[in-house]
Design a protein around this ligand. Sequence first.
Ligand SMILES: Cc1cc2nc3c(=O)[nH]c(=O)nc-3n(C[C@H](O)[C@H](O)[C@H](O)COP(=O)(O)O)c2cc1C
Length: 246
Amino acid sequence: MRIAESTGDPAWLYHELSLLDTGFYGGRTRYPAPPGEYYKELGGGLLLPPPPEFSGVDTLKALKSRRSRRRYGPVLNLESLSAVLYYSVGVTGVAWWGGPRRAYPSAGALMPVEAYVVARGVSGLDPGIYHYNPGEHSLEPVRLGDYSRALYEISLEQEHVSTAPATIILTSIISRTASKYGWRSYRYIHLDTGHAGENIYLASEALGLGTVAVGAFYDRRLCALLDIDCVSEMPMIMYPVGPRTG
Ligand SMILES: Cc1cc2nc3c(=O)[nH]c(=O)nc-3n(C[C@H](O)[C@H](O)[C@H](O)COP(=O)(O)O)c2cc1C
């Protein structure tokens, strides 16, 4: 506990307490049972067009050319948004126990990551905030209207957030992971989310789009916008997405 005591920073206390030496994860678990779901479903989903099977861009090429891109064309087509969501957090198969396989790897296959879209300039989609339902491959409205200005203010006035035709926001529901991994789950949800985020980068690269991870934002204001409580479901990171320019 030396660093935690000397700095007074509770993150160090968590870090030291969650180090795994020996023993069994489950022995430390004092969390309620998981919600018994692999993903949230709000209902009223608008079905997305099927994602393409092939982009023509080699994975190794996408890995090498990936960059954080902060300038976008004004309109994102729905097919591209569909593809980015599917290849980052979509359901890509069925596991032997009947649960979904997802595009991102996940500790214990518990899949804590949820995705939302703040749409401003997506062709064929009314401006609004939507939750991505990966089972249906649909977008479920949370609230309609142009919230890009609000998102710009929430992200410490980063220009690329206000100019992107869409921004994908990743959140995590910690109880899914904590049902198995107890207090070590706070580590895993960040790792799971990071894997999904890199998928957003690589899918964007393959589709001729640009994106950038945006980790600077005011949590509670973002939660209010997404209609989540910031504790059982917490915002992790956002990705403005749009056609690549320049
Ligand atoms: C966790 C995380 C948070 C980030 N937050 C921001 C941000 O708030 N605004 C921004 O413009 N870029 C942000 N970035 C992007 C980094 O600045 C970028 O990845 C870095 O400069 C390296 O450039 P590259 O991605 O083009 O290789 C973030 C990246 C990560 C991984």
